[in-house]
Design a protein around this ligand. Structure first.
Ligand code: G4P
Length: 191
């Protein structure tokens, strides 16, 4: 997606050779118009899949996910990174380890919002090691629902996320693929 790729090149700040900061449009301040376009491109790609629900994880996945759900007119469900005291009903849970942050969180979704008839499109902001998407896929499987695909805003192709997801048989679409952050420079796949 050209507008997104241009924005990543213009606004992305290389923190180190593995981390790209995109706080001006995705991870802190949100460019709603850009996210609206991101949502459209993702749902267009998966238009043959009869998606019934969008699933993401708080916090930064919510912006692109909610835009996709708006275009598709299906609910947007987000996994919570801690079980809130208000979640009194039954819930699915799984542990997700972040190699980037070196933390493990037990993420939860209430059982009432996912069932075996659901065809789920997982959306997230970054694909790095694939742990968040794999964790969300485990929650989908726990509900006997189907993961129809994975839509990612920014993929870091030099990390193994895509490989892990594809080896699970999942189709991955990413709208901007970063091939390297070496030398303080954002290099995209194809450049
Ligand atoms: P993975 O899901 O692909 O395995 O990624 P990983 O655990 O390594 O990443 C954990 C968190 O760090 C996620 O956010 C992910 O979106 C974010 N992240 C990974 N690589 C980058 C990067 O290069 N730049 C930025 N800005 N974020 C990155 P999170 O902990 O869920 O935080 P948030 O969604 O609440 O912002």
């Amino acid at each position: 997606m050209r507008t997104l790729q241009d924005r990543v090149k213009e606004d992305g700040v290389v923190i180190d050779e593995k981390i790209l900061k995109v706080d001006s449009f995705l991870n802190h301040q949100i460019d709603a118009k850009l996210m609206y376009e991101v949502g459209q491109v993702i749902i267009d790609h998966f238009s043959d899949k009869k998606i019934t629900k969008i699933l993401t994880i708080e916090a930064s996945g919510i912006a692109p996910a909610i835009m996709a759900s708006l275009h598709l007119d299906v609910p947007c469900l987000f996994a919570k990174k801690a079980k809130p005291s208000t979640m009194t009903s039954e819930y699915y849970h799984t542990d997700i380890h972040s190699f980037t942050k070196n933390t493990t969180s037990t993420v939860v979704i209430a059982k009432q919002f996912l069932n075996e008839d659901d065809h789920v499109l997982i959306i997230d902001d970054f694909l790095a090691n694939g742990e968040a998407s794999l964790g969300l896929h485990r929650l989908v499987k726990a509900a006997n629902a189907t993961t129809s695909g994975i839509g990612i805003v920014i993929e870091k192709s030099f990390q193994p996320g895509r490989e892990k997801l594809e080896s699970e048989g999942l189709e991955v679409l990413s709208l901007c693929q970063v091939s390297s952050l070496l030398g303080n420079k954002v290099k995209l796949v194809g450049e």
